[in-house]
Design a protein around this ligand. Sequence first.
Ligand code: HEC
Length: 181
Amino acid sequence: MDTYELNKWAGAVLAAGLLLMVISEIGNLVVHPKTLKETAIAVAVPEEAGAPSSPAAPAEKAVPLPELLAAADATRGAAIAKRCTSCHTFDKGGKNLVGPNLFAVAGRDPGKVAGFSYSSAITGLGKPWSWENLDAYLNDPKGFAPGTKMAFAGVKKSAERADLLAYLKQNHDSPPAFPAK
Ligand code: HEC
């Protein structure tokens, strides 16, 4: 191979390299590499217990909250509260984690735990944490308080929410009474 031949090959290799660079640049322009808008924090949330509910499952029969609360059980609630403990403590004087400490939350105004920085979705709710409001928030956090930074899908089974409320009632100095049947 003479020098001219070598140069031809070297040139071809260079040209191929350049072409690749150009193609990948165009690729970037066309596809827009994604940047995350918010910082993603992975939080381990235990799976919902029990069988996955299929969309074809019959709708849950609506039992009124007072009735559910009359049958609620704080011990079962403690087990369900494990879904919250990656973000919340429930004991008196417990630390704020990703979410505020939840001791004695029932009956008080939203967004009152000292040292926790709430979203305006919570501080602007304008109604106290009655049992009904807690039930609604825990069923569908983003539906009840649009814009809340509680990244939690909710507890979809109303009987499980009632157990959870019984657990919140237990973690309280002077809890409000459950609504009468
Ligand atoms: C991924 C973390 C996370 C999980 C899981 C979570 N929460 Fe929260 N929670 C938060 C955050 C963050 C806030 C503050 C929301 C805001 O300011 O918008 C909050 C707020 C709340 C509040 C309002 C407190 C107050 O002082 O006004 C209640 C009540 C609550 N959570 C209950 C629960 C319960 C009960 C569970 C479990 C069934 C749960 N949360 C699961 C993060 C979480």
